[in-house]
Design a protein around this ligand. Structure first.
Ligand code: C2E
Ligand code: MG
Ligand code: MG
Ligand code: MG
Length: 291
């Protein structure tokens, strides 16, 4: 839009064309193009039951297969997607793809386990989330209990609103977990008010569990609290056998992290599920022997 006042030529560029606004428009355009061109992929990271070593779930993690930049991780585009609003169609795609893939694995005879999908704040606040989830479950014919939605503590700040939104989702039969637990808004008020199934202990607490007695105390306390509230608890970012040992000792239910497996593309994830079905020796068995 050209301004005619002629007094200030910079008006031609402001505010519509300032560099930041331009960059935002470019990113929004890029994300829309990428979604249209099917450049997004889901990788899946297995979640293991600590007592049995069984794979009991998969977390879907988005990647962008960029034509020039290669595989781009979510940290590099999710914030821009949130800000531009593109997270809503993108997030819808993630729910669709995760449910479609899970159903396909189930139809192929692979273990029937839930897939977890990360929700962004905007998606969670969107009035049609329940409708979208219901539609995807109906279309893919995936049973609702095989879909889990991950939210973060900050999304529960308005407890009454969050409670209504979550109730709508749990009424469908999906489970809710709290991601990055311990790093966000730190009131426990919401824990007893919201229909939550599971806490995911943030990996920043798990990392130094062996060296830092404070982290060890925090992780032990989260596990105990979760159990007293009848919630499941999973540790994120588990990389070592010592961490597994600690978590087992404290009766943590599940773990997710490089020690079990990194996130895998859908083909590799499918193969892992297949191997898992066909053998007794499980990836965590080395750790089991040390018990
Ligand atoms: P998150 O949901 O907490 O996911 C776990 C992140 O930790 C993943 O990073 C995963 O690759 C990484 N990770 C797993 N095990 C280990 C480990 O043992 N050590 C270390 N250092 N890291 C580990 P990723 O895939 O880069 O995702 C980063 C974040 O991006 C996610 O954190 C989530 O908040 C967000 N994200 C990913 N996919 C989606 C999505 O589809 N929608 C939305 N809204 N956010 C997403
Ligand atoms: Mg997550
Ligand atoms: Mg997390
Ligand atoms: Mg997260």
């Amino acid at each position: 839009r050209v301004k005619e006042n002629g007094k200030n030529h910079y008006a031609l560029f402001a505010p519509e064309m300032d560099p930041i606004a331009m960059q935002k428009l470019t990113i929004q355009h890029e994300l829309r193009r990428a979604l249209h061109n099917e450049e997004f992929r889901l990788h899946y990271q297995p979640q293991y039951d600590l007592a049995s070593g069984q794979i009991v779930g998969l977390e879907a993690l988005i990647r962008w297969q960029h034509p020039e930049r290669g595989l781009v991780s979510p940290g590099e585009f999710i914030p821009a997607a949130e800000e531009s609003g593109m997270i809503v169609p993108l997030g819808d795609w993630v729910i669709e793809e995760a449910c479609r893939q899970n159903k396909q694995w189930q139809l192929a005879g692979l273990p029937r386990i839930p897939v977890s999908v990360n929700l962004s704040f905007r998606q969670f606040s969107h009035k049609n989330l329940k409708g979208k989830v219901a539609e995807v479950l109906a279309q893919t014919e995936l049973e609702a209990r095989f879909l889990e939605l991950e939210i973060t503590e900050s999304m529960t700040m308005d407890v009454d609103r969050a409670s209504l939104s979550l109730k709508e989702l749990t009424d469908l039969g999906v489970n809710i977990s709290i991601d990055d637990f311990g790093t966000g808004y730190s009131s426990f008020h919401y824990l007893k008010k919201l229909p939550i199934a599971r806490l995911k202990i943030d990996r920043s607490f798990v990392r130094d569990i062996q060296q830092d007695p404070n982290d060890a105390a925090i992780v032990a306390a989260i596990i105990a609290m979760a159990h007293n509230l009848q919630l499941q608890v999973i540790a994120e970012g588990v990389e070592t056998e010592d961490q597994v040992h600690f978590l087992r000792l404290h009766r943590c239910d599940e773990m997710q992290g490089y020690f079990g497996s990194p996130p895998l593309d859908s083909e590799r994830a499918g193969r892992l599920l297949e191997q898992h079905l066909n053998r007794d020796a499980l990836p965590l068995s080395a750790a089991s022997r040390s018990m």
